[in-house]
Design a protein around this ligand. Structure first.
Ligand code: GLA
Length: 401
């Protein structure tokens, strides 16, 4: 049905095939429900954890009161399991009235009154991954409904559809989002569902896109994502830039699965990989040292660097990986030295800036990436020695002399 519609639009010459909403000039930052709160819908048994307006309002209040908003976290994103299982008589999707008694327009107003933005979740197929109504055959009405509610971001998942349809359907939703006239950040799960994704077309149509499996609350999961991004087999890294970012999935700091060093790894690597920083945790219960990492302005400055260039893995020797990310002003770099090993002692990594790929003949002034403390001045061939804890990271910023 929608294929016919695409052809009609193309013939009329009004087809808009580019994401032209001006959003995500740097990786979006905020909070998202899925990893921590999943599809908990029983508010009687789990009043504090169920997917409900009170959960999203509570997390919004925390973003503001605990300083997250001040450092850039602004989206509160609802993931799966928010609507009723059936559409209404007009074909519109309906938020579950027992869990969202005030309705979505009211919730969006609440977020906007606090200077925040509200994101919502849909699916390109007939059902969402959790079995709620999907947008297939309803894209126009869903885009308009979301815009009417005042929604600011849409994650469009890709369950329950025919793989041949992605290349038509995802751009079609972008067309309908544009048609509403409301700037809505568009997050596509498209590449995660197809073989050999056409990243050029994906970047033309989506602001951010998931390209790998779901993050779980574990170090293994974080490691496998970093491995996928390091391998960059489909050459997706080069499509990152203002307006377009690869999305390796949510930040899990504050949950159960990561040690302190592993939390440092996720934050630092998501900064180097120019990744969206969408926390999925309980902001009512975050340990101080974790909160410090989530609020770390030096890490966030790397993540939000205006050039939007995604860092790459420069070397891989046993368990040691070296990554770098070009920063502004041109010539400056973030450098991450990652120890994926699990031997009890720290690895001593002895390298040079030249080996890492830096080229300024006058050398570099290097600061520590988490604290900004001065490490020293290094020529390209000076020994650059780093002690890296097991499943840990050292992060630096190098500015040309
Ligand atoms: C998929 C997505 C997840 C989450 C769930 C919801 O698995 O990749 O991020 O949105 O669906 O059902």
């Amino acid at each position: 049905m929608y294929v016919v519609f695409v052809v009609a639009l193309t013939c009329l010459g009004v087809w808009v095939d580019a994401v032209n909403n001006g959003l995500a000039r740097t990786p979006p930052m905020g909070w998202m429900s899925w990893q921590r709160y999943r599809c908990i819908t029983d508010c009687v048994q789990q009043p504090d954890n169920c997917i409900s307006e009170s959960l999203f309002k509570r997390m919004a209040d925390r973003l503001v009161s605990d300083g997250y908003k001040d450092v850039g976290y602004e989206y509160i994103n609802i993931d799966d399991c928010w609507p009723l299982k059936d559409r209404d008589a007009e074909g519109k999707i309906v938020p579950d009235p027992t869990r969202f008694p005030s309705g979505m327009a009211d919730l969006a107003k609440y977020m906007h009154s606090k200077g925040l933005k509200l994101g919502i979740y849909g699916d390109f197929g007939t059902l969402t991954c959790g079995g709620y109504p999907g947008s297939k055959f309803y894209m126009d009405v869903d885009a308009q409904t979301f815009a009417d509610w005042g929604i600011d971001s849409l994650k469009l998942d890709g369950c329950y559809t025919n793989p041949d349809d992605y290349a038509t359907g995802y751009p079609l939703m972008e067309f309908f989002l544009n048609k509403t006239g409301r700037p809505i950040l568009y997050s596509c799960s498209w590449p995660a569902y197809v073989k050999d994704p056409d990243y050029k077309t994906i970047a033309d149509n989506c602001n951010i896109w998931r390209n790998y499996g779901d993050i779980q609350d574990s170090w293994d999961s974080v490691k496998s994502i970093i491995g996928f991004y390091g391998d960059d087999t489909d050459n997706f890294t080069k499509f990152a830039g203002p307006g377009n970012f690869n999305d390796p999935d949510m930040i899990i700091l504050g949950n159960f699965g990561l040690s302190y060093d592993q939390q440092r790894v996720q934050m630092a690597m998501w900064a180097v990989m120019a990744s969206p920083l969408l926390m999925s945790n309980n902001l009512d219960d975050i340990r101080p040292e974790t909160k410090d990492l989530l609020l770390n302005k030096n890490l966030i400055a790397i993540n939000q660097d205006p050039l939007g260039i995604q860092g790459t893995r420069k070397s891989q020797t046993g368990n040691i990986e070296i990554w770098s990310r070009p920063l502004s002003p041109v010539g400056k770099f973030a450098i991450a030295i990652l120890n994926l090993g699990e031997a009890g002692c720290a690895a001593i990594v002895n390298t040079t800036l030249s080996y890492i790929g830096l080229t300024n003949q006058g050398g570099y002034k290097v600061t520590e990436g988490f604290t900004g403390a001065v490490v020293g001045t290094f020529s390209l061939s000076d020994h650059f020695v780093s002690n890296v804890n097991p499943s840990g990271i050292q992060l630096y910023v190098a500015s040309p002399n």
